[in-house]
Design a protein around this ligand. Structure first.
Ligand code: ADP
Ligand code: 3PG
Ligand code: MG
Length: 395
């Protein structure tokens, strides 16, 4: 994929620079930041802008609030963390647009920062509403795209604003495009995708272009449930997303046509009401009332044997409810196996990266992407909307 025009080619001194970051960080049940990799990864660009005298306005979404302010999804904890890392105040501007935020942005001095409140507090963000995009664009004179995790979204901040301002890529976006391009341009084979996680309806349609690009697809996590259900498995009380059998069928047909092997769980670990410990079950028959939470030991071994000769690996989505120690073994053992296998291994996804870190197996990866859905869509091989609007580098 062509290189994007980088922030280093912009004259930023004294300018108001709008930076789209992806601070959609994993949070714990108290709404506290559970992993701040996405904040850390944006720092080089933010520090570069400070050193070069920009007046920087950062913006992001967090979670999926429904187009109106909701304190549960405030960026206040992010502003605080950012301020700690940058060693200077990062005021949070709310409401996002309007005279108050405009005045405070205009009052910023060289090297200073402000953070806009959660973009999804305005319904205009996800709708890419022209009036909202114009109001955001008015806050800056230049735009820097640093939200790799969101470049698959055609929203106001990722498409509408860069259409209205001179637009550049930040260092994180440049690194992500460079590393993930290695998976598209003649990856060393066998190339194996390990897929799981919970955003099943989002992810399933994205998998259709993987057959042919990869040699094997190992499916675990909640992502496996619609596949098992389509085979007629009885999954007990496991919640299975409805309406996905078409996507499942299409993926399996495409895999067959391109000789890509799809490997589904043979056994599962399930939670039985009233029992503390995990129980093993066949993937065809989960006991009535039980809920599937992880892949079982036979599946772990099978996944490992499919990985043993691999030379390129893409991992997105924990293979079970890895936050619960009773259901973390699937993800932990498969990724620990990867530690012993040479090759280029990419971990993608906010939760996947956090889980790999928490389980002590992050070393299995040569590259950890900040994108989940974005990295999956990147693997489809087409240019994502938030990248297509950034001009390519000259020469
Ligand atoms: P990512 O953020 O890496 O793209 P997702 O958001 O799709 O991944 O999914 C991550 C979440 O999926 C994890 O927090 C994990 O607990 C959950 N998960 C995976 N498998 C299961 C399962 N079998 N049952 C319940 N939750 C699951
Ligand atoms: C992500 O976490 O994948 C990105 O921040 C995008 O979030 P979204 O799926 O809610 O658009
Ligand atoms: Mg996630």
């Amino acid at each position: 994929m062509a290189r994007k025009r980088l922030v280093t080619s912009a004259a930023v001194r004294g300018k108001r620079v709008l930076v789209r970051a992806d601070f959609n960080v994993p949070q714990n049940e108290h709404g506290e930041i559970a992993d701040d990799r996405r904040i850390l990864e944006a720092l080089p660009t933010l520090r570069y802008l400070r050193e070069n005298g920009a007046r920087t306005v950062v913006m992001s979404h967090l979670g999926r609030p429904k187009g109106r302010p909701d304190p549960r999804w405030s960026l206040a904890p992010i502003a605080q963390r950012l301020s700690g890392y940058l060693g200077q105040p990062v005021p949070l501007l709310a409401p996002i647009t309007g005279p108050d935020s405009r005045d405070r942005v205009r009052a910023l001095r060289e090297g200073e920062f402000a953070l806009l409140e959660n973009l999804r507090f305005d319904a205009g963000e996800e709708a890419n509403d022209p009036a909202f995009a114009a109001a955001l664009a008015e806050l800056g004179e230049l735009f820097v795209e640093e939200a790799f995790g969101s470049v698959h979204r055609a929203h106001a901040s990722t498409v509408g604003v860069p259409q209205r301002l001179p637009a550049y890529a930040g260092f994180l976006v440049e690194k992500e495009v460079e590393e993930l391009s290695r998976l598209l341009d003649r990856p060393t084979r066998p190339f194996v995708a390990i897929l799981g996680g919970a955003k099943v309806a989002d992810k399933l349609p994205l998998l259709r272009s993987l057959p042919g690009r990869v040699d094997r697809i190992l499916i675990g996590g909640a992502l496996a449930f619609p596949f098992l259900a389509a085979q007629g498995a009885d999954l007990g009380a496991t919640p299975v997303e409805e309406g996905l059998s078409g996507s499942v069928g299409e993926l399996l047909e495409r895999a067959q046509a391109s000789h890509t092997k799809v490997v589904l769980p043979e056994d599962l670990l399930v939670e039985v009401p009233g029992r503390r410990d995990a129980q093993a079950a066949s993937a065809n028959r989960v006991p009535a009332g039980a809920v599937a939470r992880d892949i079982g030991p036979r599946t772990r071994d099978r996944f490992y044997s499919e990985l043993a000769d691999s030379r390129t690996v893409f991992f997105n989505g924990p293979l079970g409810l890895a936050e619960d120690p009773r259901f973390s073994a699937g993800t932990r053992e498969v990724l620990a196996g990867l530690l012993t296998i040479p090759g280029f291994h990419v971990c993608a996804g906010g939760d996947s990266a956090r889980v790999a870190e928490d389980l002590g197996v992050a070393e299995a990866f040569q590259f950890v992407s900040t994108g989940g859905g974005a990295a999956l869509e990147f693997l489809e091989g087409r240019e994502l909307p938030g990248l297509a609007v950034i001009p390519n580098a000259a020469g």
